[in-house]
Design a binder for this molecule. Structure first.
Ligand code: NOJ
Length: 577
């Protein structure tokens, strides 16, 4: 973790990277658009909807995994890193998507899932075949805890709890050892200590870049270096398992591995983007990962703001965040990465509930809160990410039964909790609020059956509000969520202060009013948003009077006079001096 690294002296690139003024759109192919009526979205479906993305104005598509996979975790369990899963199409479809996106000036990021593979990947099949197989050491194999009987509960090599419930260890009868899986048992962790593993990964990455892709979103990349002794973690009160994060998160060789990857894969290539998913990353660490002089990553996804409503016991137990917690968290990250490094900005993705249901008010102020949240996100310093459907204000799904739930994380949690005496109704409250299936309901394109997503039976239910909330109903409609996103994206492209300006939070008399100034030389923007469902009088230092001569660049409600201090629920205004 030391910053006294030899690479640290290498000069940062002099040109401003293109991605500072870019907006990335995440496609979760399974739920985006089905082209062949099997009820599952696919690559040809993405091709068919490129018009939507171009209309929105995004610069990059991050494609969630489309590689060959048993789909235990919807593709985050890869059995062939260099082939396309038949459910999504063929390599020819992929190449066509790449060409057609490029022809429209849209880049494509692949999802790189190399903390683990599928247990059906040939590497793991070999590794598990015998203790002396040459690939045995490509994964983490360990004996049972000394003094215990292998295979019995409690005999696992460490007490670590999996992200997807239960132990992180699975016993393998055939060879009498356990393998490590931080996620599902079908996702064994690759052993990055082994140089052959790293070289195989880098070679695969180079081949994708040679094929023409524009970079990678790297799945849980801060978990690839584990403390080689794998010590037990602390067991918090009321927990069965220990917290292994201190030993597998930000491990001792993480910076070394990322710098090696940079040298082996990215050096000498340009125009690319790398973003590392990093649960548990702190602002101080994020600076190190994204300092260009260190040559690790361009930006990281941090998790602070999406953990604000997680309870002590688990994310499925809700905690009501303090009012203003979201704005305070964003401010902390803006301040921390103000000089060195770069933020990625997001409110949702395929693992999070829907933005407007979680941070906004999807009942009384659906449009207002969806657009206010978009405003405060897109006008911060950093690269914004839009998750499919967010630009339409899609909401959480009303899950009525566990039979409607598809996600391995929620299902494992449900099984564990019912074994411990939990009941469906109670468990569904947590799953319905925070579960990942909310993000994975099909994109709502129009008011036709299945929202225009498929002519078949969709793999997961379409949200019943699709007749009201859909793309067709919003295209070209002034003030719609879609048109508001479009305006925000255009603003970033047109005004360098949005991409490059400094950020300063401005006290506004209430924690729930998020006001901030962006400044680049003489160009100054003031963003003021009431992030609550009650009207508020904004009390800026010096009031809004000094802004009397400013222009209102963008609002999400009918414009009042520039200096009107009262903000309606979820009103957002952007002033330019
Ligand atoms: C993070 C991904 O975003 C999530 O969807 C996945 O389940 C885990 N990593 C495991 O790959």
């Amino acid at each position: 973790m030391s910053s006294a690294d030899p690479l640290a002296d290498r000069a940062a690139p002099a040109v401003t990277p293109w991605w500072k003024s870019a907006v990335v759109y995440q496609v979760y192919p399974r739920s985006f658009q089905d082209s062949d009526g099997d009820g599952i979205g696919d690559l040809r479906g993405v091709i068919d909807r490129l018009d939507h993305l171009q209309r929105l104005g995004v610069d990059v598509i991050w494609l969630s995994p489309i590689y060959r996979s048993p789909q235990a975790d919807n593709g985050y369990d890869i059995s062939d890193y260099e082939d396309i899963d038949p459910v999504f199409g063929t390599m020819a479809d992929f190449d066509e998507l790449l060409d057609r996106a490029h022809a429209r000036g849209i880049k494509i990021l692949m999802d790189l899932v190399v903390n683990h593979s599928s247990d059906e990947h040939p590497w793991f099949v070999e590794s598990r075949s015998s203790r002396d197989n040459p690939k045995r050491d490509w994964y983490w194999w360990r004996d049972a805890r000394p003094g215990t009987i292998a295979g019995r509960p409690g005999s696992e090599p460490t007490n670590w709890e999996s992200f997807f419930s239960g132990s992180t260890w699975e016993f393998d009868e055939q060879t009498g050892q356990y393998y490590l899986h931080l996620f599902d048992r079908k996702q064994p962790d690759l052993n990055w200590e082994n140089p052959e593993v790293r070289q195989a990964v880098y070679a695969m990455m180079r081949r994708w870049l040679d094929r023409g892709v524009d970079g990678f979103r790297m799945d849980v990349i801060n978990l690839i270096s584990k403390h080689p002794d794998l010590p037990d973690g602390q067991v918090a009160e009321g927990h069965t398992y220990g917290d292994g994060f201190p030993f597998y998160g930000h491990g001792p060789r993480l910076h070394e591995f990322l710098q090696e990857m940079h040298r082996e894969v990215f050096d000498g290539r340009s125009g690319l983007l790398t973003v590392g998913e990093m649960p548990g990353v702190t602002p101080e660490e994020a600076v190190l990962f994204t300092d260009p002089a260190r040559r690790e990553l361009d930006m990281v996804f941090q998790f602070e703001h999406v953990g604000l409503d997680h309870g002590e016991a688990s994310k499925f137990v809700h905690r009501e965040p303090d009012p203003g917690a979201l704005a305070a968290s964003f401010t902390r990250w803006q301040d921390a990465l103000s000089d060195t490094g770069w933020n990625s900005l997001y409110l949702s993705n395929h693992d999070q509930p829907r933005t407007v249901s979680r941070f906004g008010d999807d009942r009384e102020f659906w449009r207002e809160s969806a657009t206010a949240l978009a405003t405060i996100l897109h006008l911060q310093r950093g690269t914004p990410y839009v998750y499919q459907g967010e630009e339409l204000g899609m909401t959480n799904h009303p899950f009525a039964s566990i039979d409607d739930v598809r996600d391995v994380e929620s299902l494992n949690h449900y099984r564990e909790q019912t074994d411990a005496g939990g009941v469906e109704g109670d468990l569904l409250v947590g799953i319905g609020r925070i579960g990942r299936d909310n993000a994975r309901t099909p994109v709502q394109w129009d008011a036709s059956p299945n929202a225009g997503f498929t002519t078949g039976e969709p793999w997961t239910a379409v949200n019943p509000n699709a007749a009201l909330i859909n793309a067709e109903a919003q295209y070209g409609v002034p003030g719609s969520v879609f048109e508001h996103y479009r305006s925000l994206i255009r603003l970033r492209h047109e005004r360098s202060v949005v991409a490059d300006g400094t950020f300063r939070r401005v006290p506004a008399g209430s924690d729930e009013v998020f006001a901030f100034e962006r400044r680049l030389d003489d160009d100054v923007l003031l963003v003021v948003a009431n992030l609550s469902s009650v009207s508020r009088v904004v009390q800026l230092d010096g009031g809004l009077e000094p802004w009397r001569d400013a222009s209102l660049l963008l609002t999400n409600l009918p414009a009042k006079t520039v200096a009107a201090a009262e903000f309606a629920p979820w009103e957002a205004r952007v002033y330019a001096l």
